[in-house]
Write a protein that binds this ligand. Structure first.
Ligand code: INI
Length: 158
C-alpha cells in the first residue's frame, strides 16, 4: 500500500500570492498571515511573489496568469468579500470561488482559496488575525501541503 501525504516543508518552494485591494484593511492582514506562515515553514523570502488585484472577482484571472507561468509551485489567493449592504456579494464570492477552483484544475498548480466570505466586518476581523485565527496563515499551510503532496504524486501521463 502506498500512502501519500503532503508535509509542511516549505524549503525550495516558490509561492505566489494574489491579493485583492478591496477591503484592504482586512486583506493586508491576510497577506501578512500568509507571508508569516510561508516564512515560518521554510519558504525563502525571495521565493514569495505578491500580485495585487482590484477585487476578489479579479483574483481568478491573476491566479491563472501566475499558475500558468510555470514559475510557482502554488498560488494563494487572499481577499475579503463582506456581505454588508452590497447586492454583489453572491456574485463576487461565487465567481471568485468557482474561478479559483477552475484555475487549479486547468493548470495543475494548487491554487488556495484564502478568501473570507463573511456576513459583516466583525467576522472578517475575527478571521484575519484576531480570535478566529488568520485565514491567510491557514492558506499558507494548505499551499505548502498541496505543493509537497503534488511533488510526491505520480505525474499525469498525457
Ligand atoms: N470585492 C471584494 O473583494 N470584496 C467585496 O466585498 C466586494 N463587494 O462587496 O462588492 C467586491 N466587489 C468588487 C469586485 O470584486 C470587482 O472588483 C468589481 O466588481 C469589478 O469587477
Amino acid at each position: 500500500m502506498t500512502d501519500y501525504a503532503g508535509q509542511l516543508r516549505g524549503d525550495g518552494l516558490r509561492v505566489a500570492i494574489a491579493a485583492s485591494r478591496f477591503n484592504d484593511f482586512i486583506t493586508e492582514r491576510l497577506l501578512a498571515g500568509a507571508r508569516d506562515g510561508l516564512l515560518r515553514h521554510g519558504v525563502d523570502a525571495g521565493s514569495i511573489t505578491v500580485a495585487w488585484a482590484p477585487g476578489a472577482f479579479e483574483l481568478p484571472l491573476v491566479a491563472q496568469r501566475l499558475a500558468a507561468s510555470g514559475e510557482y509551485d502554488a498560488v494563494i489567493c487572499v481577499g475579503a468579500v463582506i456581505r454588508g449592504a452590497t447586492g454583489h456579494y453572491e456574485h463576487v464570492a461565487g465567481q471568485c470561488a468557482a474561478g479559483i477552483e477552475r484555475v487549479q484544475l486547468d493548470t495543475g498548480v494548487p491554487v488556495v482559496f484564502g478568501v473570507l466570505t463573511t456576513e459583516n466586518v466583525e467576522q472578517a476581523v475575527e478571521r484575519s488575525g484576531t480570535k478566529a485565527g488568520n485565514k491567510g496563515f491557514e492558506s499558507a499551510m494548505t499551499a505548502i501541503e498541496m505543493a509537497d503532496l503534488l511533488r510526491q504524486l505520480p505525474k499525469s501521463s498525457d
